[in-house]
Ligand binder design. Structure first.
Ligand code: 4AD
Ligand code: MG
Length: 429
């Protein structure tokens, strides 16, 4: 048994092979049939001859519908006219399942493709996204292991909000209620006191009412937290992490990038240093491009898109006004109206993929900020305790993995970066 990718090589010319896969397309001229087969590794053309197979067997193979599952035996030939440069001359085959037709054809609309996502996953485009996704998840973990971090896990059912009450999903819980986690951050913060450097990859849940091209209600979150590091040190780590992920994708996924229409040169540019600027300078720059925006305005999907269309590499934006972010970011001691926080905005209009900051580590200051946000410090007693017993300066961040994948794969909607998107209107399939 061979994979298709394996046999697409001069070494296999003249050799007898067996491959498994699904019919990608067929064409028959009565005496000769071309069956293009795909497996997870690639596609290859095979040619079936009535003279080799006999009438009966030829009839079956030449009338297989798309996505029928088969095993082919045959000899490898080089053929420049074949789709991937080689061809299998079929000597025998076995049909596992014969389909008459496949529901997905070229002219299907977006909703149809979403209803049939379980089948659409087989498309070349989606398979390419899934492969890049696999690389990104592994690279995220590999990067942190390579820098001496520990992987940890936090609960998904929680009773404290990290990112504000408006996007919490409530779930019944034995006569009371819990929420689905928005971020593992607070739990990661507890663990730096034993491990100093920790990371996790887990789903986060946001009851987002906004239906935008970059919001899911359930998304995959890569987060890290580290002791003794300040806001700018944190950005250094994140920049190395994104560089590491991009280099991995370049090493592993050039064919997939080509299928997706993403120029590898774009990725090479993102392995160079990122830009860093304050929120205030970002706004000034945006005003110079003619955008109607003022200091203090929140940056949503539309604003970030408009701003980031003008950049060809990622930008760290720091020092947001404190009104724009939640309570745990540390105010800048030089200018307490602004925070020692950062978002990483991806170029080409993609916008925020990371939110991170230096955390408030002084107990009094944290209490004050919680009161400003009308939060009850008692509900967060365990989070407050971290500031009472051996508190240390520390920082952390969260990367929206689906957003990063959307950007790297040059997709126009986050729904196409995750196999089964969950949005306000969709929980199926
Ligand atoms: O900026 P956010 O809300 O920050 C936090 O949750 C921090 N507690 C993370 C931390 O410091 N550990 O979310 C972080 C990232 C965003 O930059 C974005 O990429 C992604 O998570 N994200 C979403 N992705 C898809 N759909 C949504 N609804 C998202 N909300 C946030
Ligand atoms: Mg954010």
């Amino acid at each position: 048994m061979h994979s298709i990718k394996e046999i697409l090589s001069d070494e296999f010319i003249g050799k007898q092979v067996t491959v498994h896969g699904w019919v990608y397309r067929t064409r028959s001229s009565g005496k000769i049939a071309f069956v293009v087969l795909r497996d997870s590794s690639g596609i290859v053309q095979s040619v079936a001859n009535i003279s080799t197979l006999g009438d009966e067997k030829f009839k079956v193979i030449s009338s297989l519908g798309i996505e029928s599952s088969v095993e082919l035996q045959g000899t490898v030939k080089k053929d420049d006219r074949a789709i991937t440069g080689y061809e299998i001359e079929v000597t025998g085959y076995k049909v596992y399942q014969r389909n008459e037709s496949f529901p997905i054809t070229k002219d299907k609309g977006e909703e149809f493709l979403l209803d049939n996502r379980h089948l659409w996953l087989r498309s070349q485009e989606f398979s390419a996204v899934l492969k890049v996704r696999s690389t990104v998840f592994k690279a995220f973990a590999d990067f942190f292991y390579s820098e001496g971090y520990y992987q940890v896990q936090a609960p998904f059912m929680v009773s404290t909000a990290t990112e504000g009450g408006t996007t919490l999903f409530k779930v019944p819980f034995f006569g009371s209620e819990v929420s689905l986690t928005q971020s593992a951050q607070f739990y990661l913060e507890t663990m730096i006191f034993s491990l100093e450097k920790v990371f996790t990859i887990s789903p986060s849940f946001r009851a987002e009412k906004s239906r935008t091209w970059r919001h899911l209600t359930e998304y995959w979150h890569g987060e890290a937290e580290v002791a003794w590091v300040d806001n700018s040190g944190m950005m250094d780590i994140e920049e190395r992490m994104i560089h590491f992920i991009i280099r991995r994708v370049l090493e592993e996924n050039l064919p997939e990038l080509a299928i997706l229409g993403r120029d590898a040169g774009d990725l090479r540019r993102w392995t160079e240093p990122f830009l860093r600027m304050t929120y205030s300078d970002l706004i000034k720059g945006a005003q110079e491009t003619g955008m109607n925006i003022r200091y203090g305005d929140d940056l949503g999907s539309d604003e970030e898109k408009q701003i980031m269309i003008h950049y060809d590499r990622p930008v760290f934006v720091t020092h947001y006004p404190k009104e724009l972010k939640t309570f745990y970011h540390r105010p800048d001691p030089e200018n307490p109206g602004e925070l020692l926080c950062h978002d990483l905005l991806a170029p080409e209009g993609y916008g925020e993929i990371i939110g991170g900051s230096e955390r408030i580590w002084d107990p009094e200051q944290l209490k004050e900020r919680m009161e400003e946000y009308k939060l009850n410090p008692e509900d967060y007693y365990w989070y407050m305790d971290l500031r009472k017993y051996g508190s240390v300066p520390h920082s952390g961040f969260g990367l929206g993995l689906d957003r990063a994948i959307m950007w790297i794969c040059k997709l126009d909607n986050i729904k196409n970066a995750i196999p089964f998107p969950r949005t306000i209107r969709r929980t199926k399939p």
